[in-house]
Design a protein around this ligand. Structure first.
Ligand code: PMP
Length: 447
């Protein structure tokens, strides 16, 4: 990556274009080439780029004070954002710890879970259960829970204790299960794991309600989240929902798990909270979890220098006000089926399309070598990276997911447009996405 020496964490040999300007759903590089943002970067830019109202709010905050440190001050932005999140998450989710991104949010959820179990006299509960094909972050705690061998292998042996169970995926049900029974079969794996470890040792179960970067917009099969909730409650295990990628409205409900009628004990939110205008995330817990912690310790035992960073909270307030005022979560919900329909139409007759799935503005294509067996393409083909490169050449940003992750998925392309993308912009994303897929398959002799 000659344009960015010393920054290569992508194993990419391509020189990346140098982005210099953006507006709404479009970005421009230094050569003047235009790109449409079909994935909001990594499902972050929920209002697109350079929204004047958000930029103004951040500038106003910077002119007043950039950061009121949490030991010394509270701020209007912090309190307003907290009130907004409380109203959006609903139920009894009421208390939060602000952080600067998704990994820190997940990390904070883990610490809140451990602090809670200690507070209620269950200090033996130190083990976490999480799932294969999940992405919980890159800090050691969150990475150790991630089910993604390529990313975790170098650090095995140094993670906090956790146990992995299989994911829940209606397109790829567990052996012996069907699309209809996929949820129940996967939930049974959770209960079996809790019993194997010993319920008195399990602190929490961590999962993505709609799997993002490690699986490609995989919604929980019907009944799965409810079953998980019931099993965890019965065994005194906390439910942690990692909504870093799928939450904050991305899937057509503000909380992704709202769709399943389930309330977690603790949840992580980040990307869409401040829409990429500032680094911001939060770990949110129920009043019951908070009350136990407060009674024992008086305060959360976790927080950072930039917890509740004022300019970041001001960005979050501005983004969330616009999302609410413009009814964008409902718009996203209505657009989900439309987007999937348009993609299916644009890719009609393409044999390699195994699955088109997702929810709201969080939709993925899964490409397979054989539709009947769902066998993935050879991972050395790196089809997903070729599609990404072709899309960039065509002026489209999409989000590729590693082909054949741990031998269990095909090559995946995620579309996560801004919530306020117009119908014309959505149509352009679908058109360029489908064209890029067709071009790569043709070039590879797979069409
Ligand atoms: N959890 C999920 C579900 C994610 O998708 C991500 C990022 N892709 C993270 C956590 C980590 O977030 P961050 O990159 O902001 O640390």
């Amino acid at each position: 990556m000659p344009d960015a020496p010393g920054t290569d964490t992508l194993k990419s040999t391509d020189a990346l274009p140098r982005v210099v300007r953006a507006c709404g759903a479009y970005l421009w590089d230094a050569a003047g080439k235009q790109y449409i943002d079909g994935s909001g970067g990594p499902a972050v830019y929920c209002l697109g780029h350079a929204h004047p109202e958000v930029n103004r709010a951040i500038c106003d905050q910077l002119e007043a004070i950039a950061h009121g440190y949490r030991y010394n001050f509270t701020t209007d932005a912090l309190e307003e954002l907290t009130a907004i999140i409380r109203a959006r998450v609903g139920g009894t989710l009421s208390e939060m710890v602000y952080v600067t991104g998704g990994s820190e949010a997940v990390e904070s959820c883990l610490k809140i879970a451990l602090q809670y179990q200690t507070a209620i006299g269950q200090k033996s509960r130190r083990v976490f259960i999480s799932r294969e094909r999940s992405w919980h972050g890159n800090t050691l705690g969150a990475l150790g829970l991630s089910g993604f061998a390529e990313r975790t292998a170098a650090y095995e042996g140094a993670f906090i204790p956790s146990v992995k169970i299989p994911p829940a995926n209606a397109y790829r049900p567990l052996p012996g299960a069907t699309a209809e029974t996929a949820g129940a079969a996967a939930a049974a794996e959770l209960e079996a794991a809790i019993l194997r470890v010993g319920p008195e040792k399990v602190a929490a179960f961590v999962f993505e309600p709609v799997v993002g970067a490690a699986g490609g917009c995989v919604p929980a099969p019907p009944g799965y989240a409810k079953a998980v909730r019931e099993i965890c409650t019965r065994h005194g295990v906390l439910v942690i929902a990692d909504e870093v990628m799928c939450g904050a409205g991305r899937c057509g409900t503000w909380r992704a798990l709202e769709h399943d009628g389930v309330e977690p004990d603790i949840m992580a939110v980040a990307k869409g909270l401040a829409g990429g205008y500032q680094p911001l995330g939060a770990a949110i817990c129920t009043t019951a979890v908070w009350e136990a912690i407060r009674a024992a310790d008086g305060a959360f035992g976790t927080g950072h220098t930039f917890t509740g960073h004022t300019a970041a909270c001001a960005a979050g307030v501005a983004v969330q006000r616009i999302v609410e005022r413009e009814g964008l979560v409902d718009r996203v919900a209505a657009n989900g089926p439309r987007l999937m329909g348009w993609l299916a139409e644009a890719l009609a007759g393409v044999e390699a399309i195994g699955d088109i799935r997702g929810r709201g503005h969080f939709i993925a294509l899964e490409l397979v070598a054989d539709r009947a067996t769902k066998a993935p393409f050879d991972r050395d083909r790196r089809l997903f990276m070729k599609i990404r490169a072709q899309a960039m050449a065509n002026g489209l940003i999409c989000y590729p997911v590693g082909g054949n992750v741990d031998g269990h998925s095909g090559d995946i392309v995620i579309f996560a447009p801004p919530y306020n993308a117009t119908d014309d912009e959505l149509a352009e994303i679908v058109d360029k996405g489908a064209t890029s897929v067709r071009q790569v398959l043709a070039a590879e002799g797979l069409a």
